[in-house]
Design a protein around this ligand. Structure first.
Ligand SMILES: Nc1ncnc2c1ncn2[C@@H]1O[C@H](COP(=O)(O)OS(=O)(=O)O)[C@@H](OP(=O)(O)O)[C@H]1O
Length: 406
C-alpha cells in the first residue's frame, strides 16, 4: 500500500504507480548495462576501456607513419573508430607483435633477430632496449586480431647469407606500407611440404596497399627455391643483398666459429689441398659467394627486372641511398631517408634513430657486425683471384659493378 501523502497535499493514485514503474525501468536498465559490460569483458574488450591503449603522438605523422610509444586515451576512440584510426592501431599492434623475438633456433644460423644494443655511445635521444609498444595491453591485441588479412609475400629478400639481409629488412620495416615477418620462415627450402596455407599463416596481417615481406637468405642458394617461389606467384619481387664474396665467406666462418670454437682455421678449410692451392668449392662459405652460378638458376624462372641487387657495402656506407632504390623497386613512396639513420661509433654501423614500433634508437644486435679473425693475406689474395671471373660475370648479368675487384 502507498504511504499517505504529506499534510496539506492532495495525493493522486497515479503518483506511486509511476514511481514503481520508474524503479522497475531503472532496475532493468542497470541489469542490461551490467550484462553488456560482462559480455564485453568476456570478449576481452573491457581492458581497453579502462586502461591506456597504444595511441599516436599528437603530431608529426605523415602518410600514416605511426609514431608509437605515446599513450592515448581509449573510450572516445573506441566509440568513434574511423577507418584511419583502425588502420593506425592495426599497424601498431602488428609492430608490437612482430617485434617479439622469434623462437630460438639451434642450427647456428641467424638465431633470432636481436633487440637494439643498449647503452651505445652516440645514440641520439638516449638508449636502451625495450619498447613502450610492447606494453600494449592484451585487450588491444584481441580487439584487433580480426583486422586486416594475412597475405603471401609479394616481395622476398632471398639472400645472400651474411650480406646484410637483416639490416635491410629492419630498415624497410620502418616504412608504414611494409609488414614483415621477424624470423626467417625457411619455407621454400626447409618447410615446403607444410604448404602455402602454413606459410601464409606466418605472415603479419596487412591492410590494402601494404606489402608483405620476409627474408630467408638461404633461398638464394637453394636449387628448388626459384621454381617454388614462381609457383606461388611469378610476380614475386626478389631482393638480393650481395657483399664482396671474400668478406662474406669470412663473415660466414666467423659466425660458425662463434658457435663451434673448435673448428679448423679458415685457411685450412679454404683449400682442398693447401699445397696445390685448389679451393674447396664444396665448403658452403666459399660456394655461396659464386653469385653468378646461383643467379643462373633464378633467371630460368624470373626476369632480371624482377630482381633487385642491393650492395651490402653501400647498405653500410649509404643506407638511405640503398633504401631509396629498394623503395622504388617495391613501388613504395620514398619515406625512409637519411633522416632515419645515424652512425653509431661504438657499433661501427649505421643504426635507426627510431626503430619500427619504438621511439628509441635501434642498432642491430651483437651478432651483426662481429669482429672477423685475421686471415692470412695470401689466402685472401688467392680467394680474390678465384672469385674474380665469377664476379665479372655477375656484374655483367646484373648490369651493376659492385666494385669488389678493384
Ligand atoms: N647496420 C648494420 N648493422 C650491423 N650489421 C650490418 C649493418 N648493415 C650491414 N651489416 C652487415 O650484416 C652482416 C650480417 O648479414 P645478414 O644479416 O645477412 O646475416 S644472416 O645471413 O642473416 O645471418 C654483418 O656481417 P658481420 O660484419 O660479419 O657480422 C654486417 O657486416
Amino acid at each position: 500500500m502507498a504511504p499517505p501523502g504529506p499534510a496539506g497535499a492532495h495525493p493522486t493514485s497515479a503518483e506511486p504507480l509511476s514511481r514503481s514503474i520508474f524503479r522497475k525501468f531503472l532496475l532493468m536498465l542497470c541489469s542490461l548495462l551490467t550484462s553488456l559490460y560482462v559480455f564485453y569483458c568476456l570478449a576481452e574488450r573491457c581492458q581497453t576501456l579502462s586502461g591506456p591503449v597504444v595511441g599516436l603522438s599528437g603530431g608529426g605523422e605523415e602518410a600514416g607513419t605511426p609514431s608509437p610509444g605515446v599513450l592515448a586515451g581509449g573510450p572516445r576512440e573506441l566509440a568513434v573508430w574511423p577507418a584511419a584510426a583502425q588502420r593506425k592501431r592495426l599497424l601498431q599492434l602488428q609492430q608490437w607483435r612482430s617485434r617479439r623475438p622469434p623462437a630460438p633456433r639451434g642450427d647456428g644460423e641467424e638465431a633470432a633477430w636481436e633487440e637494439e644494443t643498449p647503452g651505445l655511445a652516440g645514440a641520439p635521444g638516449g638508449s636502451g632496449a625495450g619498447s613502450s609498444v610492447a606494453e600494449a595491453p592484451p585487450g588491444t591485441l584481441a580487439l584487433l586480431l580480426d583486422e586486416g588479412s594475412k597475405q603471401l609475400p609479394q616481395a622476398i629478400i632471398i639472400g645472400v647469407k651474411k650480406g646484410g639481409t637483416r639490416a635491410l629488412l629492419e630498415f624497410l620495416r620502418v616504412h608504414p606500407d611494409v609488414r614483415a615477418v621477424g624470423a626467417e620462415p625457411h619455407f621454400f627450402d626447409r618447410s615446403y611440404d607444410k604448404g602455402l596455407a602454413w606459410y601464409r599463416d606466418l605472415m603479419p596481417r596487412t591492410l590494402d596497399g601494404q606489402i608483405t615481406m620476409e627474408k630467408t637468405p638461404s633461398y638464394f642458394v637453394t636449387r628448388e627455391a626459384p621454381a617454388r617461389i614462381s609457383a606461388m606467384s611469378k610476380d614475386t619481387k626478389l631482393i638480393v643483398v650481395v657483399r664482396d664474396p671474400v668478406t662474406r665467406a669470412i663473415s660466414d666462418y666467423t659466425q660458425t666459429l662463434s658457435k663451434r670454437p673448435d673448428i679448423p682455421t679458415f685457411e685450412s678449410l679454404t683449400f682442398k689441398n693447401r699445397t696445390t692451392g685448389v679451393i674447396d668449392t664444396s665448403w658452403s662459405a666459399i660456394q655461396i659467394g659464386i653469385y653468378a652460378k646461383h643467379l643462373e638458376h633464378w633467371l630460368r624462372h624470373f626476369p632480371i627486372g624482377q630482381m633487385l641487387f642491393v650492395s651490402g657495402e653501400r647498405l653500410i656506407s649509404d643506407p638511405a641511398g640503398e633504401l631509396g632504390r629498394v623503395q622504388d623497386f617495391l613501388g613504395l613512396k620514398r619515406i625512409i631517408t637519411d633522416k632515419h639513420f645515424y652512425f653509431n661509433k661504438t657499433k661501427g654501423f649505421p643504426c635507426l634513430k627510431k626503430a619500427e614500433g619504438s621511439s628509441k634508437p635501434h642498432c642491430l644486435g651483437k651478432t651483426k657486425g662481429r669482429t672477423h679473425p685475421e686471415i692470412d693475406r695470401e689466402v685472401v689474395q688467392r680467394l680474390r683471384t678465384f672469385y674474380r671471373p665469377f664476379n665479372l660475370k655477375f656484374y655483367q648479368m646484373t648490369g651493376h659493378d659492385f666494385g669488389w675487384d678493384g
